[in-house]
Design a protein around this ligand. Structure first.
Ligand SMILES: Cc1cc2nc3c(=O)[nH]c(=O)nc-3n(C[C@H](O)[C@H](O)[C@H](O)COP(=O)(O)O)c2cc1C
Length: 237
């Protein structure tokens, strides 16, 4: 049984292949001379935002635990605190890579915290539906996997709405907890920046800039056993 028409199927693949991580190209509202605020991006229509969040809420989850919460952040002061954490973490992590890649890494724009219309922190609450969750006892990480499924649903839904999404993981979870009043038992999983964009790039920025290539599909498929019949060639020296 397949109740997707060819056109419907194509639409889904279009969303998958044209989805991008967006850090630049967020569109701003024309500058209001009186308020002189450049920082405010073109707002996302409330109904569009709700459709995106609903797509997230319809993700698969281990034992149907729906362990996610969505914290919507518009406040600029809050976002500035998060951006500070980004700057700190970016500088700290740059020490983990040698030149010339360090300079390249530092030159990348890796967030759109202030320029986007809204930020969204997606959290994992392991206690939400009680301590016993079908399917989570053997592999506890399935809880966080479920939250990632929600993120991907939102990322794809946003793409079909013409809304760009960027995932910022160069952040301190401690700062997120403090700033957003997230309790200790809840884990911040994803910090996302959403907004209208002037364009979606056709390739990942990290591919275009030569950081890494897309691996060949054939290289990542094994048959029957790990690595069977293949020798992995490192793509990065
Ligand atoms: C878990 C996760 C964390 C990420 N963190 C960042 C980040 O901190 N900054 C950034 O610019 N992109 C981040 N990205 C985006 C990836 O760099 C991006 O998905 C990848 O380069 C492929 O590009 P594409 O999403 O446009 O296909 C993250 C993506 C994932 C899935």
């Amino acid at each position: 049984m397949n109740d997707f028409s060819e056109e419907e199927r194509e639409s889904l693949y279009k969303a998958i292949y044209s989805r991008r991580d967006v850090r630049s190209n967020f569109t701003s509202e024309p500058i209001d001379e009186q308020v002189l605020m450049r920082i405010t991006s073109e707002p996302i229509d409330e109904q569009v935002l709700m459709r995106i969040l609903k797509a997230g809420h319809h993700a698969p989850s281990v034992g149907f635990s729906q362990p996610w919460n969505f914290i919507l952040i518009k406040n600029i002061e809050t976002r500035k605190k998060i951006k500070e954490s980004f700057e700190k973490e970016k500088s700290r992590s740059s020490k983990l890579v040698e030149e010339p890649r360090r300079s390249k890494y530092l030159s990348y724009k890796l967030e759109g915290i202030l320029e986007s219309a809204i930020n969204l922190c997606v959290t994992y609450d392991p206690t939400k539906t009680g301590s016993f969750v079908i399917g989570r006892s053997s592999i506890p990480a399935t809880g966080v996997f479920s939250v990632c499924c929600a993120v991907q649903n939102m990322w794809l839904a946003a793409r079909t709405e013409g809304i760009g999404v960027g995932w910022v993981s160069i952040l301190s979870n401690e700062t997120l907890r403090e700033t957003l009043h997230i309790p200790d038992h809840v884990v911040p999983v994803a910090y996302l920046c959403l907004g209208h964009v002037s364009k979606f790039e056709t390739k990942p920025d990290l591919e275009t800039s030569g950081w890494l290539p897309r691996l060949k599909l054939d290289e990542i498929i094994y048959h029957e056993k790990w690595l069977q019949g293949k020798e992995l060639k490192p793509t990065v020296q």
